[in-house]
Design a binder for this molecule. Structure first.
Ligand SMILES: Cc1ncc(COP(=O)(O)O)c(C=O)c1O
Length: 403
């Protein structure tokens, strides 16, 4: 059996929507993109949404709109994707890394506080960017309190979370997109909903939304997006040096169709996660499964298991290779940023600077998870994990010759 890491769920609705755009005579950013923004804001519960061509673009615009400038300091989790930190560099600011919580692998609030305290002097500490690892939200209420204490803007990297929820101390549930000053989502091909490539910035702040909207299209004055239409105006002004980050109507048409299915996709991901949990219990000696912690509802964008390497005679790379030989494609999220050449070279980070991220990443394997994944596929992955683990149980190692 072949089990891909991801299989997109694209149906007739998306095809018809794209054909509608192709036949309409208006391909780029237009009314469908405005509709996608309105629908997305309503779905997440945020006041404003700005559609762009990637989450990376949304994160860049978020920092720009929050006033981050050259020389500023932004706190970023060590355990995240390249995008979260690189956008800080786009603005000439400095990403300062923070270790993760060993359970959720999201930024650890205690480490965030310690790092904020270390970098607070000098007045350049401006923002923090929690990321919701795999779709389970970071401890955003504690993080927000730290952001407020040090005068930082909180910008959430919610690339993995649509939808995801967290409960506050009073028992009220909050959706991703409503707990930070600005939240950024991804519609990359394998994300919870997709537009092929795409992203969305959401915020309750009208000024931030307006700034991001303007900067997403070359910094042109308001409503320049429809300047080629009979109803639009040819006249615009360049208000600032912006970027080319607008989302096309072709992508937005797919996004609108996908958004309608977001709850169903979520339910299907939850079912896959529950089936993995049941199927892997038998192999708990070798693998630790991801868990939703109390008061959080994960989007289950990822299903990251962690190997108990002390009970295996092979490492993670070989484990992945053996699954591949059985037709199963896996991934790893992620090698933490401080171990990458750029961050080592530029900021002198060392392995021991972030002990949790350094210890956890060699154990991580992201298993296939996607809406429409068949029960027999999940069972096959579980069975294969069991076979590989049992074949490489440490106890099966030959005894050392001198023993
Ligand atoms: C945590 C995280 N942030 C940001 C991004 C960037 O998203 P995009 O590809 O839409 O720019 C990704 C992409 O995988 C991600 O995993």
């Amino acid at each position: 059996m072949n089990v891909p890491y991801f299989r997109p769920s694209i149906g007739e609705q998306e095809r018809a929507a794209v054909n509608g755009v192709l036949d309409s005579g208006w391909l780029t950013t237009g009314y469908l993109t405005r509709r996608f923004e309105t629908a997305f804001a309503a779905y997440t519960g945020a006041r404003h949404a700005v559609a762009v061509n990637s989450c990376t673009a949304a994160l860049h615009l978020a920092l720009e709109a929050a006033g981050i400038r050259e020389g500023d300091i932004v706190l970023v989790p060590a355990m995240t994707f390249a995008a979260t930190a690189e956008v800080v560099r786009y603005l000439g600011a400095r990403p300062v890394l923070v270790d993760c919580d060993p359970v959720t692998l999201c930024a650890d609030p205690e480490a965030m506080w310690q790092t904020a305290r270390t970098w607070a002097a000098g007045g350049r500490l401006k923002a923090m960017m929690p990321m919701h690892y795999g779709g389970q939200m970071a401890d955003v209420f504690r993080l927000k309190a730290i952001a407020d204490e040090f005068g930082m803007t909180m910008i959430e990297d919610a690339a993995h979370t649509l939808p995801a929820h967290i409960q506050d101390a009073e028992g009220n549930w909050h959706a991703a997109g409503t707990t930070a000053a600005i939240t950024c989502f991804s519609f990359y091909a394998n994300k919870c909903i997709t537009t092929g490539e795409g992203g969305m910035l959401v915020t309750d702040d009208e000024q931030i939304a307006g700034r991001a909207q303007m900067m997403s299209l070359h910094g042109l004055s308001k409503n320049a997006w429809n300047r080629f239409e009979a109803k639009g105006s040819w006249y615009y002004e360049i208000v600032d040096a912006g970027f080319k980050y607008n989302l096309t109507d072709i992508a937005s048409a797919i996004g609108l169709a996908q958004l309608e299915k977001a709850e169903r996709f979520w339910q299907q991901r939850r079912e896959v996660a529950a089936r993995y949990e049941a199927g892997l219990t038998e192999w708990s000696e070798y693998v630790q499964t991801p868990r939703e912690i109390a008061g959080r509802k994960s989007s289950w964008h990822l299903y990251p298991i962690r190997l108990h390497l002390n009970r295996l005679s092979i490492d993670r790379a070989q484990f992945i290779e053996e699954l591949k030989q059985r037709g199963i494609t896996c991934s790893v999220h992620w090698m933490p940023l401080h171990l990458h050449p750029y961050y080592r070279r530029t900021y002198g980070y060392r392995v021991e600077d972030f002990p949790v991220a350094s210890a956890e990443w060699p154990r991580l394997i992201s298993l296939p998870i996607f809406p429409g994944m068949r029960g027999e596929e999940v069972d096959y992955v579980c069975r294969s994990i069991g076979e590989v683990a049992a074949a490489h149980h440490r106890g099966t190692l030959p005894a050392p010759a001198c023993a």
